[in-house]
Ligand binder design. Structure first.
Ligand SMILES: Cc1cc2nc3c(=O)[nH]c(=O)nc-3n(C[C@H](O)[C@H](O)[C@H](O)COP(=O)(O)O)c2cc1C
Length: 348
């Protein structure tokens, strides 16, 4: 007589009926394992935050200093645009910006870097504004002294002057934007043409105009164009089956943890990363290049391995992969029906 081995489900049933106590213990154990597996994901994120998301006067890397400098001078830039009766503002951020400018100079970082020039032009505009809204007497001395020192021997760069008039988009561009959104679809069939680097760089430059928290611009793009590296990275990702082999360009979009001051900002890499990615996708679409986002829902071990294979520094948090290329002639895309708009909007 032929007997078949009992299935896992049957074994479970038998155990539950005959030895309920043991069954309960094992079930609890399984849940604990599951819970522990999940904890590893959170711990991985925590480690990233603790290791990279902080600023410290003793750590003068370009990444941290540039982020902190933007963070501070952006407060002044915003203040200069506020509506209503002008009043004095910005005592703390102007002092902090001036101190950071000094640290920048002391480190010998480039003084034609847009971050530095942006800070200088903001300080210049702020100093002019103090003519109309002078600081309280107790603050005036230290503020003017710090401004003088920071601006000393740095020539004006009018193209970085701030603030500037806001320009509204005209109706023609608006219609084109809607069309661009209609046309963009995730493509999973590419031809063998390689996207020229200048085209890619143009799209990245457009995506750099995306908003980011305090304008710190944490997004970084890793570009891979060799088969071996693309394959090695794609092997770690579970959503490229059937088309990954057609890719001639793979991007890894990351956010630099150094841009953030502490773990309260733990979600900013994803928010800024998402905004940047969308702009990049549309900018590529506008240049005739198709894309497909590739999720980065991976275990800590896989994440570490991707950093290794992609030569991605540990402080760059991977947000997603992006498949990029010219669409295969006649490529199809799912309709991907959208929910009714009124089902996602609640007007309060
Ligand atoms: C964060 C993110 C991760 C995604 N991951 C994958 C993926 O791994 N593989 C894939 O084929 N599509 C992936 N997609 C594409 C979605 O399936 C697609 O955007 C969605 O179905 C809507 O279709 P559309 O992009 O063509 O409008 C991803 C999209 C996003 C935003």
């Amino acid at each position: 007589m032929q007997t078949t081995a009992p299935s896992f489900k049957q074994l479970q049933g038998t155990l539950r009926q005959r030895v309920p106590f043991l069954y309960g213990l094992l079930r609890q154990g399984r849940h604990r394992m599951h819970w522990w597996a999940k904890m590893r994901y959170y711990l991985h994120d925590m480690k990233h935050a603790v290791s990279h998301m902080f600023w410290d006067q003793r750590v003068n890397t370009y990444e941290k200093l540039s982020a902190e400098l933007i963070f501070q001078f952006h407060k002044l830039e915003k203040g200069l645009c506020m509506p209503g009766k002008p009043r004095f503002f910005g005592r703390d951020p102007v002092m902090a910006t001036c101190r950071l400018v000094e640290r920048w100079k002391a480190q010998g970082f480039a003084q034609d870097d847009p971050v530095f020039v942006g800070a200088i032009e903001t300080l210049r505009a702020y100093r002019t504004r103090l003519g109309d809204t002078p600081p309280p007497a107790a603050d005036a001395g230290p503020i003017f002294e710090a401004l003088e020192r920071a601006l000393m021997s740095v020539p004006p760069q009018p193209e970085f002057a701030t603030p500037r008039p806001y320009r509204q988009t005209d109706a023609e561009v608006s219609a084109m934007f809607d069309q661009l959104c209609q046309d963009r679809r995730s493509v999973r069939a590419f031809d063998s043409r390689v996207v020229p680097l200048p085209v890619l760089e143009g799209a990245i430059q457009a995506a750099q105009l995306s908003p980011s928290a305090c304008n710190r611009q944490p997004c970084r793009v890793h570009v891979y164009r060799d088969r071996e590296r693309i394959d090695a990275l794609l092997k770690l990702q579970n959503g490229n089956a059937g088309f990954g082999h057609m890719l001639t360009t793979l991007l890894v979009i990351a956010a630099d943890g150094n841009s953030f001051f502490d773990a309260s900002e733990r979600n900013e890499p994803y928010v800024d990363g998402g905004l940047f990615s969308m702009s990049l996708i549309l900018a590529l679409q506008a240049r005739g290049i198709a894309t497909c986002c590739l999720n980065w829902c991976v275990s800590p071990a896989t994440d570490l391995e991707a950093h290794r294979r992609g030569d991605i520094p540990a402080h760059h948090k991977i947000i997603m992969y992006l498949a990029v290329g010219y669409p295969l002639e006649g490529a199809l895309a799912p309709k991907s029906a959208r929910r009714p708009t009124d089902s996602i909007v609640r007007i309060h």
